[in-house]
Ligand binder design. Sequence first.
Ligand SMILES: NC(=O)c1ccc[n+]([C@@H]2O[C@H](COP(=O)([O-])OP(=O)(O)OC[C@H]3O[C@@H](n4cnc5c(N)ncnc54)[C@H](O)[C@@H]3O)[C@@H](O)[C@H]2O)c1
Length: 269
Amino acid sequence: MYNLLKGKRGIIFGALDENSIAWKTAERVHEEGGTFVLTNAPIAMRMGQINELAEKTGSEIIPADATSMEDLENLVSKATEILGGKLDFVLHSIGMSVNVRKGRHYTENNYDFSAKGWDVSALSFHKVMQTLYKQDAMNEWGSIVALTYMAAQRTFPDYNDMADNKAYLESIARSFGYFFGKEKKVRVNTISQSPTPTTAGQGVKGFSGFISYAEKMSPLGNASAQDCADYTVSLFSDLTKKVTMQNLFHDGGFSNTGVSNEVIERFED
Ligand SMILES: NC(=O)c1ccc[n+]([C@@H]2O[C@H](COP(=O)([O-])OP(=O)(O)OC[C@H]3O[C@@H](n4cnc5c(N)ncnc54)[C@H](O)[C@@H]3O)[C@@H](O)[C@H]2O)c1
């Protein structure tokens, strides 16, 4: 390992179990010398195995519902206290659609479900950053990353209202990234990750077909959760200080591939 994050402190949202992208990222950040507080929704704590990760990485856990300003204010002030100073990195790795969970087709969305999913998956990113900003909790040249998916740019029918939530999330990265950059020299980016077998990923209808198709369409193959953790570490490190307000595709080349030979072969007579 390279000590890329030695002396850096942060908050990692969204480690539910060992498949979670946030879980792999926490392990990699720890290997690179970073220290952090782990957080997740109180309900997820009961289901998840976060204690194991906390023990392994020498981290404390502070429960927070990412839609609650009160929880976020408590989280940020406690995290800076526990870690002994301002933060250098934050990972927002949160997503949930009630319409997907309840099997509501996109053309039949329930708007109470849509509003809840939007609050959890998109607006929570603004809430997290507003809390960090107001408490002046980020060090200069800090880095904030959220995870997204290409359904924000192109239509994937079964991604449902999460596509709209991701488009909103990516827009927040640009809008807040401007102010965070100007005022505090903090960078804000989203990583647009390949389909990944996690609890959230597998909630998408037809996920197994979806992931195999992406694998065959990506010259480098799908990026795994572990690959995503590596990429996130690079964005938290001082090696990417001038990268901000970007949506960064981390997908083995999928987003720029029209068609692959493997896919053509399946359709030849
Ligand atoms: N898995 C994929 O195929 C894929 C692809 C691209 C992007 N992503 C994104 O990666 C991120 C992480 O998802 P994952 O795939 O690791 O799945 P995951 O299910 O392991 O993680 C999702 C996390 O969101 C948390 N969460 C839900 N509601 C919350 C709330 N109110 N407050 C705080 N946390 C809450 C869950 O507890 C869970 O830990 C999500 O933003 C997801 O959309 C996933």
